[in-house]
Design a protein around this ligand. Sequence first.
Ligand code: GLY
Ligand code: MN
Ligand code: MN
Length: 556
Amino acid sequence: MVFLEVFDFKLMREMIRRLYVVCFLSLLTYSVNAQMSMDYLSADFHKDRREVLRAKMPKNSVAVVFANPIRNRANDVDYVFHQDPNFYYLTGYREPNAVLVLFSEKQKDKSGKSFNEILYVQRKDPFKELWNGKRLGVEGAKKELGFKEAKNTEEFFTNGINFKKFDKIFIEKFKDDYRNSEGNLTETYDLVTHFKSQSGYDPIKFVSGVKRKVYELIKATPIENSANVAQAIGKASTYYPDLKQDELIMQYKDAGNNALKKELKQKIALQLKSTSNIDIEFLSTRMAEMREIKTPEELKLLTKAIRISAIGQVEVMKAMKTNMSEIEVQGIHEFVYKKYGAEYEGYPSIVGAGNNGCILHYTENNKKKIGNELVLMDLGAEYRGYTADVTRTIPANGKFSPEQKAIYEVVLKAQDAGIAACKEKNAFWVPNNESKKAINQGLYELGIIKTIEEEHSYFPHGTSHHIGLDVHDPGTYGKLKENMVITVEPGIYIPEGSPCDKKWWGIAVRIEDDILITKGQPKNLSKEAPRTVKAIEDMMARKSVLDEFILPSLDD
Ligand code: GLY
Ligand code: MN
Ligand code: MN
């Protein structure tokens, strides 16, 4: 397919016009229902989520949530569109350039009609739909997504909403990686620009995040205790370099006398007062509270994504040969996902043989021959928006060497300990702590570290995060609760040159499963992918249909 400008524009217009006449009728008869009839979340789910959010909002407030924009890849080719997860969760709308405006109470328009939410969506446009696919449009948004009030995006510019009258406007952090559409007036850039001007958004006044916390700390701390605050700022600014850009904070940290500190304190208090009614924290926290607990509808889709991913691991175990490349292994997994109708990978696939497995987010996957190495495969399918996150580490030749097995058994034991700790009411980090203990014990017993307390970098990450619409789904990271789904993913990575016996070098093992927290025992949703040494070796000894899949060689 080519872009319009490659051709004579008039000729092209005429060609399109003719094609258009032919296609238009068939486009019209293509029911939007056909798009929506697959097993996506129901309109009721999204409506319920909006009601839950509304109930959390204070009086006289409004939430404004933008859809993801389209990002350009090169020339006339864009990246595959992926919806913003919060926007999707609240609306079910899967197109770009849209806005949800959700009010805490009913509003009235000029004609007296009342509403408490509006979804602005892309206008139906047969020409654009001919090139880029179907749009749901206003009627579709009403009929399929259950919105009483849906409008074309153009109407966002004349919506008459007086954002300044609200005590609070809740937004997410603006993404700033979308194009300036230069007056197109239907793209996210325009919607955001308009919203910023209508709401009086002023980044100078806008004190948020860690900066706000530091301002509040300074405001609340008596001058005689300011030395402690200055010290805390010094420490915090190494983790949050943005603090170093704030003149008031830096001046306060370095102030040599109390009179100056007092003056700065007053300026900071004033600054806090003069901040706008825009709040960037509320929505992300409330959405995390909601999204960390999965509803039955979500669990159905998430379980499917996880099962697809686990079955992908099974097929790779059967098919793996030492002369395969990392990318070929990746391809087998992804073929299995697609065969089940999963739309995407939930994150860039990781297939690392030997030392490559030591790079935690290795995505080059370009080793030509996996040879006799251990292959670490961290792969997750995304199914109807929900993504799995499953890692298996297997010996390319089908048999673990003694060293590979020794490390594998330590990680497996650590994972068992982590999974056993996935109990309701445990603090979120208990599985991590249990796994860490077991890893340290195992490394010590193998002589890789000299004491159990020794600081080391063989396990440089935590074991657990939520999964859902994001692979690293938002959560509050308090206590584990029923219907959360979290990963348990301990690992040991021993890069070449590590301070231990050479026999361990280049061994990397991660085992990652997706665990449902229940009222009783934790439920391993990815258990279809073998986990023990014996189960993996047995699976790898089995035949694969791909054994017969031999393509012609392109080597000269
Ligand atoms: N696949 C990314 C992770 O395990 O967190
Ligand atoms: Mn993970
Ligand atoms: Mn992973």
